[in-house]
Design a protein around this ligand. Structure first.
Ligand code: KG4
Ligand code: ZN
Length: 475
């Protein structure tokens, strides 16, 4: 963290939303420029001496960039006065929060679709979209009310634009643009996985770049070296399913109560079981890399359940004690092996990371699955071997939330990475910049997976490559 007396320099800005070609870029830009003028006239950030002079310098390229002269501001007053609303709708939680630049959480609200999840055993995009649409206005209003603020008192709006489900992302982005447009606020586009990682810097003020991070959720399993804000190297990813998906399916097949999602239910039942009783094999032992695979372990669990005649239709609360015992043994054995896979990959990743960035001191473990206490304890042992420190955000900041989005917005806003206020109303045919499959960092060349199963097709350029390209263009 920058000390209160030090100066924060604000380098050139780049537009995260507008790095992709849009057919109407010129006309929309003129509109934005007018808006910007209005924005600058109001100078909502004037007391902070925030740089308010933006010069559009590239009309010829498909990308829109804004550059600022480098201006120093006192980080203390800047951080205290900055108030950002964060909106998150990438998957099945509709979340919003308001966070101050100094890390103070003013309010947060999460509306969960756990009931839908429990009923259908997974996220159905169309239903999830409808559920988001129904609650988004209320969630944002409650967030403002809890903080005792009105939109006029916000400094900016941050919103997740990817990765995630397009239909769901759209609901959050639409809302964010409506708020930002109506109240003339800058808007910050947020990468969901960057947000999971960076929220650790809100919690642990000592956490400096570079650090290693393991991001484990329902859809992602990433080992990433965070060199700096917007600069990440992907050491490993999953070649098929993420660990959260394996927890959720295990819970479903064991007939557990999914209302708080599958992971917590498996973790709880595992405490009753014998973790050595079912012999599952650890995935990818022969691959000496940092990639993950959970599809095979899922199949092993399914077979074990079938061979013990466990009927998922019989809820755990109605199971005989012998049945309960064998369900608990499977839960515990699954969890042990799922986590052994994490441990093995993390050890290798720490070794790689220390070679690339010898100064790293922390392993950040975040994403919904990082709420799991057994995982935290096992990974703590791994980092201790290398004299590193484990940083895990509290469970409510590990699972999807608005705080992480607001905070990532703050981190990016501070270095000038944001868009000017959008128009008050987007045209009906407006093409939202949503990035359902959006890598965080470039793949580590020496750790490249040879697996033919690793899906690389049709993804957006990584966040890191966009930041780098924008820096190069501004030189
Ligand atoms: O990050 P997150 O809230 O949403 C996604 O971006 O996917 O992660 C949700 C995942 C679900 O798969 C859920 O079962 C899992 O996190 N999870 C857990 C625990 N709490 C949540 N998995 C294992 N143990 C837990 N205690
Ligand atoms: Zn997530």
């Amino acid at each position: 963290m920058v000390s209160s007396s030090s100066l924060l320099t604000l380098p050139s800005t780049f537009s995260r939303l507008n790095l992709f070609p849009k057919s109407s870029i010129l006309s929309s830009f003129t509109f934005k420029a007018l808006n910007l003028l209005k924005f600058h006239k109001q100078q909502r950030l004037r007391p902070l001496n925030y740089p308010l002079l933006y010069f559009p310098h590239s009309f010829s390229s498909s990308a829109t960039h804004f550059s600022t002269s480098t201006i120093s501001v006192s980080s203390k007053s800047f951080d205290d006065d900055l108030v950002v609303l964060g909106i998150e709708t990438s998957c099945d939680d509709t979340a919003a929060a308001i966070v101050r630049g100094n890390g103070e959480i003013l309010s947060q609200v999460v509306s969960s679709q756990a009931d839908l999840l429990a009923r259908y055993g997974g996220v159905a995009p169309k239903m999830a979209e409808e559920a988001h649409s129904q609650v988004i206005d209320q969630v944002v209003q409650d967030t403002l009310d809890k903080a005792g603020l009105t939109e006029k008192e916000l400094s900016a709006v941050a919103v997740t634009i990817g990765p995630g489900l397009s239909l769901c992302l759209r609901v959050g982005v639409q809302k964010a643009r409506r708020v930002a447009g109506s109240f003339n606020l800058p808007i910050i586009s947020v990468h969901h996985m960057e947000a999971h990682a960076l929220v650790a810097r809100l919690v642990e003020k000592e956490l400096q770049f570079p650090f290693l991070t393991l991001l484990i959720s329902g859809g992602h399993n990433l080992l990433v070296l965070a060199h700096d804000l917007g600069h990440y190297t992907q050491l490993g990813t999953t070649i098929d399913d993420a660990i959260g998906e394996a927890f959720d399916k295990t819970a479903k097949w064991l007939g557990l109560d999914m209302r708080k999602s599958g992971g917590p239910a498996v973790e709880q039942l595992a405490q009753e079981g014998d973790a050595e009783s079912v012999r599952f094999s650890i995935p990818m032992k022969q691959h000496k890399d940092c990639n993950f695979s959970y599809a095979g372990l899922k199949t092993q669990v399914k077979l074990a359940i079938a061979s013990r005649n466990i009927d998922a239709k019989v809820p755990l609360s109605c199971a005989s004690s012998q049945d309960r015992c064998s369900r608990a043994d499977i839960a515990a054995s699954f969890q042990r092996v799922a986590v052994l896979h994490l441990e093995e990959r993390c050890e290798r990743a720490v070794e790689w990371a220390l070679k690339i960035e010898p100064s790293i001191k922390h392993l950040v473990v975040s994403g919904g699955v990082a709420s799991n206490l057994y995982i935290r304890a096992q990974l703590d042992k791994v980092v201790n071997k290398y004299s590193l420190q484990l940083v895990c955000p509290p469970p409510n900041l590990c699972t999807d939330n608005g705080v992480m989005v607001a905070w990532t917005g703050i981190e990016n806003f501070r270095v000038g990475r944001y868009d000017p206020p959008p128009p008050a109303n987007d045209p009906e045919d407006f093409m939202y910049d949503l990035r359902p499959r959006w890598p965080l960092g470039e793949e580590y060349a020496e750790g490249r997976s040879e697996s033919p199963y690793l899906r690389r097709a049709r993804v957006h350029p990584s966040l890191t490559s966009l930041v780098r390209a924008s820096h190069q263009q501004q030189r």
